[in-house]
Design a protein around this ligand. Structure first.
Ligand code: MG
Ligand code: MG
Ligand code: MG
Length: 310
């Protein structure tokens, strides 16, 4: 067994989960004057993550496909169903997160959860609390993550603290116009023409365990919903395939138009009525556009718990 302590985010890693792992490893190594903390990822990284890593000169962390018998710090998630396989046999030392809590562990450990817009915001605050100076490139990477997670401050998950942190990170990263920089990242995120339908669905995808069964929810944020217009049938088919192949009660993809500030939902599920209750909207051929919805965590999941945990 290696002596390293791996810092790792959720499966279908997004930019925040990868940047948080890199940043927290850096902070822990500096605080303890060691090099034993290393970032890892729980799967293939997505395009905007690749883009941000390259832009600020970072290598993609290695994939940790099986976490059994490793020492871990979890960032950007706490639910075992979202962790690397083998998590039940891993030693978990700490958690840093900004999601709802569904975590059980046999020992007391350090858990730091804030209802803020990004894990990187919490880690930024840890750097400040400990008076550890910031590298310009790390600031740029973390800024990218906070901008993606808060949808350039438009998401209801974005707090005043996040807004202050965005300003501070931009200053350190020497990025004058963070709004413009945020749009640049979302354009990379939205350019999906060469991705397969399943890759689109899985690019930001999370599993949730409900009393009525396992539900998978993917989200894609775009600057123009029409970009997906020609691929709707293909996406629906991929959702059905995924549901049948991996034993889901339901699989959902929602594509969020960050300019219009609304989302189009694509649903493959047996119990359509329950789904309509959870969405508060009628589906037509498994699809519906709902204005005003941009956050999975704050606007979609609470209603899902209500309906599927009944
Ligand atoms: Mg995340
Ligand atoms: Mg996050
Ligand atoms: Mg997100």
């Amino acid at each position: 067994m290696s002596q390293s302590i791996f810092i790792i985010g959720h499966k279908s890693p997004d930019l925040d989960s990868v940047a948080a792992a890199i940043a927290y490893a850096d902070l822990k190594n500096k605080l303890e004057n060691t090099s034993k903390y290393a970032p890892r990822v729980a799967g293939e990284i997505n395009r905007e993550t690749k883009y941000a890593l390259e832009k600020f000169g970072f290598n993609a962390p290695e994939i940790l496909a099986n976490a059994a018998s490793e020492n871990l710090i979890l960032v950007d998630h706490n639910e075992a169903i979202q962790s690397s396989d083998g998590i039940a046999e891993a030693k978990i030392l700490e958690i840093i997160d900004h999601h709802k809590v569904d975590f059980k562990y046999a020992e007391p450990i350090k858990v730091l959860i804030e209802p803020w817009g990004a894990s990187c915001s919490i880690i930024f605050n840890e750097f400040k609390k400990n008076n550890i100076a910031f590298d310009k490139n790390l600031a740029g990477l973390m800024l990218s993550a906070v901008l993606v997670d808060t949808v350039i401050t438009k998401s209801p998950t974005c707090t005043e603290i996040d807004k202050t942190i965005i300003e501070e990170l931009s200053r350190i990263a020497e990025i004058d116009d963070w709004k413009n920089f945020g749009m640049e990242i979302f354009k990379v995120r939205a350019s999906v023409s060469e991705l397969t339908a399943e890759q689109i669905i899985k690019s930001d995808f999370k599993d949730f365990n409900y009393k009525s069964g396992k539900v998978g929810i993917g989200q894609v944020e775009t600057v123009d919903l029409n970009d997906f217009g020609a691929r709707e049938d293909e996406l629906m088919k991929a959702l059905v395939d995924l549901k049948n192949k991996e034993g889901y009660q339901g699989v959902i993809l929602f594509i969020t138009d960050i300019i219009q500030e609304g989302s189009k939902f694509f649903v493959a599920i047996d119990d359509l009525e329950k789904m309509e209750e959870a969405l508060g909207a009628k589906l037509e051929n498994g699809k519906v556009y709902i204005p005003g919805i941009i956050s999975r965590k704050k606007q979609v999941l609470p209603k899902f718990s209500e309906v599927f945990d009944k």
